[in-house]
Design a protein around this ligand. Structure first.
Ligand code: DGL
Length: 274
């Protein structure tokens, strides 16, 4: 049997499935392995060291399972672990393998989306504290004014499927209002956590129609396509049998029950230990 050389997609839990679904829509021919570290989610309130250690473990696991390229479909991991992995670990593990994140692709286009030049970032505490969006936006859209707001309750609410409850909606509304009160001129809000797209409709419903709400999945998928076109040495190694394999560090039954909400299709996963 021919060995599968896949694209790995990693997240602390279910959120990365919102990115994977857009990637698979755009690039269905490749083979994919998704890994959700649900047993240790959320990452958003964890220290730099812990997020780095967990993310590196996940990346190594995906490499061992035949991935040549891993997308960190998690802003927190992209903010806290990506640079160290790219600069310090990859040269030792295998300099030909690649790890990409979700922050750079998003910040590259945010400047084109806003008319007022005022952008709001909703993210985990870890992503906000890292200032990654502020730093990256100062390179790609230096005139844009960025305001961030951390939503530490959102990932636990989503992972536990409580985001649709009255209490859950109250938390979400309060956070959205806090962001807007910091800068009422915001016309573009980036959902800078891959769990948040499942709140998009609700967030839009409580905002004036002049404010755009942006999810990252489609942006990351488009940038990945560009990347694969530009990096042919890597791309030619990838196999193309259109397979999807799902791994979780939590119970597979539990994962399968909730994953379809994020992925948009039924999922059959395998439990692994990291
Ligand atoms: N999906 C992750 C992100 O994009 C969630 C982080 C968490 O586990 O708190 O940041």
């Amino acid at each position: 049997m021919k060995k599968t050389v896949s694209i790995g997609v990693f997240d602390s839990g279910y959120g990365g499935l919102t990115v994977l679904s857009e990637i698979v829509n755009r690039l269905p021919e490749y083979d994919y392995i998704y890994l959700g570290d649900n047993a240790r989610a959320p990452y958003g309130t964890r220290s730099f060291e812990v997020v780095y250690d967990y993310t590196l473990e996940a990346v190594k696991e995906l490499f061992e399972r035949g991935c040549e390229l891993v997308v960190l479909a998690c802003n927190t991991a992209s903010a806290k672990a990506l640079r160290s992995i790219q600069q310090n670990d990859l040269p030792l593990i295998d300099p030909n393998k690649r790890v990409l994140g979700v922050i750079r692709p998003s910040t590259e286009i945010i400047g084109d989306l806003t008319q007022s030049g005022h952008v709001g970032i909703l993210a985990t505490e870890g992503t906000v504290k890292s200032e990654s969006y502020v730093i990256e936006l100062s390179k790609y859209a230096p005139t844009v004014k960025v305001v961030q707001h951390a939503c530490p309750m959102w990932v636990p609410l989503i992972e536990n499927h409580r985001h649709d409850s009255a209490a859950g909606r109250l938390f979400i509304e309060e956070d959205v209002n806090s962001l807007l009160s910091k800068d009422p001129k915001i016309d573009t809000i980036v959902l800078a956590c891959t769990h948040y797209p499942i709140l998009k409709e609700y967030i839009e419903s409580i905002l004036p129609s002049t404010v755009k709400v942006i999810s990252q999945g489609a942006i990351v998928a488009e940038k990945l396509e560009d990347y694969l076109l530009r990096n042919t040495a890597l791309t030619t190694k990838l196999t193309r049998s259109g397979s999807l394999h799902f791994l979780t560090t939590e119970s597979a039954t539990e994962f399968d029950k909730k994953a379809s909400i994020f992925f948009g299709k039924e999922v059959k996963s395998e439990h692994i230990k990291l």
